[in-house]
Design a protein around this ligand. Structure first.
Ligand SMILES: Cc1cc2nc3c(=O)[nH]c(=O)nc-3n(C[C@H](O)[C@H](O)[C@H](O)COP(=O)(O)O)c2cc1C
Length: 335
């Protein structure tokens, strides 16, 4: 079995990689060389071991029955509708006018201490994933340091956080047993491809979240197609409309919440090195992706996913343009 000892050995080597990462290539070559020998032996001993059961993965007993009673997915590809915004005549100071009067004035908020002794981690998980929704899914492809095993897994503690430079974050939850394969590969190699998730691939993407033992390729179990990359070793997903090759610039482990027998939780910061955009889904200068072609899937709470069928626009306000139109802004700006 892969022991927590092996996992902890890998973990303890990761902590040093926070500084001096502005030069990606130099930072990661050094890191890789330091880690290669221990990770190779860890990889081979880990290959056969399945991770321990993760309490946040819900056990569902009669899902097929439940799903059979629901309407079919609408495959009509009706163009995404663009409507007016909910309250187009809103003006400065109006607040949330559209709020349901039944809850606007009466519903109280309950204070919850996430660290209370009787508060479970699973309750925090369920509250957060249902309350911080929708979340985009980063579908991440990585390779092991020895290049022998390939990994693919979805992450919705994921976000683009800047465009100049193009930067992304991924959050890894702790779980019983060794660190997630994606985290291990990212930490050891510093390379990945972030792929988008569209409606027509969600079952395959969801399947790759299986807790397969290290070394089992989720490419094979999903049936998704590998496509070439140029600046990183892992493949990108051909079925994704948009893929981003990226290199790790920082890893931040949440040591204060590390628990015996569980992998440490962590944040990984990734800088893009290449974009791959599907030609029929983008405009001539590759500066826009058509939502009707992207058909992105969001993760919601519980086991739920969401699709976008309707959007609306709201122009971003500029102070200098808006002040002449609003007495309230003039008053606020007069201080
Ligand atoms: C849609 C979706 C989103 C997920 N998001 C995350 C996440 O943000 N962080 C995380 O640690 N696990 C997340 N998971 C669980 C991982 O995908 C799962 O633990 C997977 O087995 C990790 O694979 P790996 O060990 O091959 O890296 C998510 C699962 C699904 C289905």
């Amino acid at each position: 079995m892969v022991s927590d000892k092996v996992a902890r050995a890998i973990q303890s080597r990761i902590t040093t990689i926070r500084s001096g990462r502005h030069n990606l290539a130099r930072g990661y070559t050094g890191l890789l060389m330091k880690r290669q020998s221990s990770s190779q032996s860890a990889a081979s001993s880990a290959a056969a071991a399945a991770p321990a059961d993760n309490p946040i993965v819900m056990r569902v007993t009669n899902f097929k029955e439940t799903e059979a009673s629901r309407p079919d997915f609408d495959h009509s590809k009706t163009p995404i509708t663009v409507t007016k915004s909910p309250d187009p005549s809103w003006s400065y100071g109006d607040g949330a006018r559209g709020r349901d009067p039944a809850t606007r004035d009466t519903a109280a908020h309950i204070e919850v201490d996430p660290y209370a002794p009787d508060r479970s981690m699973v309750s925090n998980y369920r509250l957060l994933v249902s309350g911080i929704a929708p979340r985009p899914i980063g579908f991440i492809s990585t390779k092991s340091a020895d290049g022998k095993s390939e990994n693919l897994a979805p992450f919705s503690y994921f976000q683009v956080i800047d465009h100049d430079p193009p930067m992304f974050i991924v959050g890894f939850s702790s779980r019983p047993g060794p660190p997630k394969d994606t985290y291990r590969n990212l930490s050891e190699t510093g390379e990945c491809v972030i792929n988008t998730v569209s409606e027509d691939m969600i079952e395959a993407v969801n399947a790759t979240s299986i807790d397969a033992p290290y070394g089992v390729s989720e490419w094979d179990l999903s049936g998704l197609t590998k496509a070439p990359t140029t600046t990183v070793a892992p493949a990108r997903v051909q079925e994704s409309v948009f893929s981003i090759e990226g290199k790790v610039v920082d890893v931040n482990e949440f040591k204060d919440h590390a628990k015996d027998g569980k992998s440490v939780a962590a944040l990984v910061l990734i800088k893009a090195t290449r974009f791959w955009v599907r030609s029929d889904a983008s405009n001539a200068d590759y500066s826009h992706i058509d939502l009707d072609k992207l058909r992105p899937i969001a993760q919601l709470g519980g086991m739920a996913y969401g699709r976008i069928t309707s959007t609306f626009d709201r122009p971003r306000p500029r102070w200098n343009d808006e002040v002449p139109k609003s007495e309230l802004l003039r008053k606020l700006g007069a201080v």
